[in-house]
Design a protein around this ligand. Structure first.
Ligand code: BG6
Length: 511
């Protein structure tokens, strides 16, 4: 990794504390960061360098994978961190920042490379970029990269405006749009499992696959983010980005080379093949939206969404949605992708289930054996792994067929030291590898798809279904599948209502 100065805008915020500082520390501990770097924390609040380094230390103690901080190593690491109070609307402050950076460039031999991480509200991205240019921060011979967080706009027009602002200063190749799901080990692993194994790819099409199910469920409500979330909802918060990214990873063609652009080209082709909803009726037939009402989990009463802080008491914002998505291309025609996500569901999990078609002329079914289809399951989090559900003869029986699992549990092996998504993404951005970042055409196409759903929802809110907090969401989401002769496969191979969910999170064995 080449040397660089990293600027963290929003250095006193939650993302910096929970994700970014711990990511720097892990990279440092693993020798990936080297010594030729400086991190400049920027926010409006005044802080001394000492106070800032203390904040960083606490965040590492609380959130880093490597908790044990050795004193000498800590001193060395902390000496790379400086803080400057900055009013991002005042260009004079950026000139000052430039002077500070010149000193850091010199001290740490960073080669004039600069990475600007905007952990800020998106409304501020445009202004900050312009001021970086005005303040002279882009006048060095090294590289200059901009890393930004979602949401990238609220819909296609606002995303376009934002993009135009950024493009006045940065080239597309230097804009790194984060979708942290792409930094997750198991999401990246989808590509490897698909393209590095001889036995999946030949089956990876509409001849052998019946449907694909993607679940991103959360137990939390909206917590302190009511203000943001009530304006966004599950579709924009999870659908436009993480869920469509997962569909792309599952559906893309093998790239001809492993260059970032070759991979991203293949992903974009999936988005271009999505069947766009025609009108409100089409949306209502294929998309279910829900909002949680009061409910309970593990004996604890949970409030309704409309009672959460900073949420409009009459809000019609969806906290859940499920959809039947079609990828209309040669490989996937006729294979539904069912996706669902929601807050206040019974379990925190991200799972992708590939359900295979039944074999033709099944002699076992013909002789009245009970048999379930083969499933390939990617567990993304909190358990990480892959399992394959197959049918086999029960030992000692007269041909009774039982489901068995070939189970690879990655989190059991590598345990808590699986790199965090942000660590991986920071490392990639610093190396100039944009594979797991979202390109502009991906963002635009994703909005185009999602905007049609949002437009239908604006017509009427009568289709908004209520579900009790702590349940698996509206019944209508099951109907999406049952109408096609399918069902949601139970998460972690277990059935709702029969499980101790805490135990499930720890177990890796199929029921
Ligand atoms: C974020 C959403 O992008 O992803 C949050 O804004 C959500 O609402 C989070 O909670 C989920 O991420 P993860 O990594 O915990 O699954």
């Amino acid at each position: 990794m080449s040397g660089a100065v990293y600027y963290i805008f929003g250095a006193t915020g939650d993302l910096a504390k929970r994700k970014l500082f711990p990511a720097f520390y892990s990279l440092y501990r693993e020798g990936k960061l080297g010594e030729n770097f400086a991190v400049v924390g920027l926010a409006r609040r005044p802080r001394t360098n000492e106070q800032f380094r203390d904040d960083v230390k606490h965040s590492i103690q609380d959130f880093a994978r490597y908790k044990k901080v050795d004193d000498a190593e800590w001193e060395r690491f902390a000496s790379h961190f400086e803080y400057m109070s900055l009013d991002i609307n005042n260009v004079a402050g950026f000139h000052e920042l430039n002077v500070l950076t010149a000193r850091l460039d010199d001290k740490f031999q960073t080669g004039g490379n600069r990475l600007f991480y905007l952990a800020l509200a998106p409304e501020l991205f445009g202004n900050v970029s312009l001021n970086l240019k005005e303040g002279g921060l882009l006048n060095t011979t090294g590289w200059h990269r901009l890393v930004i967080e979602k949401p990238f706009g609220y819909d296609l027009p606002s995303a376009q405006r934002l993009n135009e602002q950024l493009r006045q200063v940065f080239e597309e190749k230097d804009i790194y749009r984060i979708d942290h799901y792409l930094g997750k080990e198991m999401v990246q692993n989808i590509e490897f499992v698909r393209f590095a194994n001889a036995f999946f790819e030949p089956l990876w099409n509409n001849k052998y696959i019946a449907n694909i199910q993607i679940t991103l469920s959360e137990t939390v409500g909206v917590e302190e983010r009511g203000g943001y979330y009530d304006h966004s909802g599950a579709l924009r918060d999870m659908g436009q980005n993480h869920m469509l990214q997962m569909i792309m990873m599952m559906a893309m063609e093998p790239p001809s080379r492993l260059n970032p652009e070759d991979i991203r080209d293949e992903k974009v082709k999936v988005l271009r093949s999505l069947r766009l909803f025609e009108d409100g009726e089409d949306v209502r037939a294929n998309v279910v939206r829900g909002q949680y009402i009061e409910g309970s989990s593990k004996g604890k009463v949970l409030p309704a969404y409309r009672e959460e802080d900073n949420v409009n008491p009459q809000s019609t914002t969806e906290t859940y949605f499920a959809a039947r998505v079609h990828v209309d291309n040669f490989r996937w025609a006729g294979v539904p992708f069912y996706i669902r996500t929601g807050k206040r569901l019974p379990l925190k999990t991200t799972e992708v289930v590939v359900e295979f078609k039944n074999i033709p002329n099944n002699v076992y079914l013909a002789s009245k054996h009970q048999m379930e289809p083969n499933l390939l399951v990617f567990r993304v989090n909190p358990m990480e792994g892959i399992y394959l559900k197959m049918n086999a003869k029960q030992p000692g029986s007269e041909g009774v067929i039982v489901p068995i699992a070939m189970d690879f549990c990655q989190s059991c092996q590598i345990g808590i030291n699986t790199p965090e998504a942000y660590e991986r993404l920071l490392y990639d951005a610093a190396r100039g590898d944009s594979t797991y970042f979202t390109r502009w055409d991906e963002v635009a196409l994703a909005w185009e798809y999602v905007d049609r759903i949002a437009a239908a929802w604006r017509e009427t809110s009568q289709d908004l279904k209520q579900y009790p907090a702590g349940s698996w969401g509206p019944e209508a989401a099951s109907k999406l599948l049952s109408d096609d002769g399918f069902k949601w496969w139970p998460i972690n191979g277990q059935n709702e209502g029969e499980v101790d969910w805490d135990a499930v999170q720890k177990t890796t064995v199929l029921a």
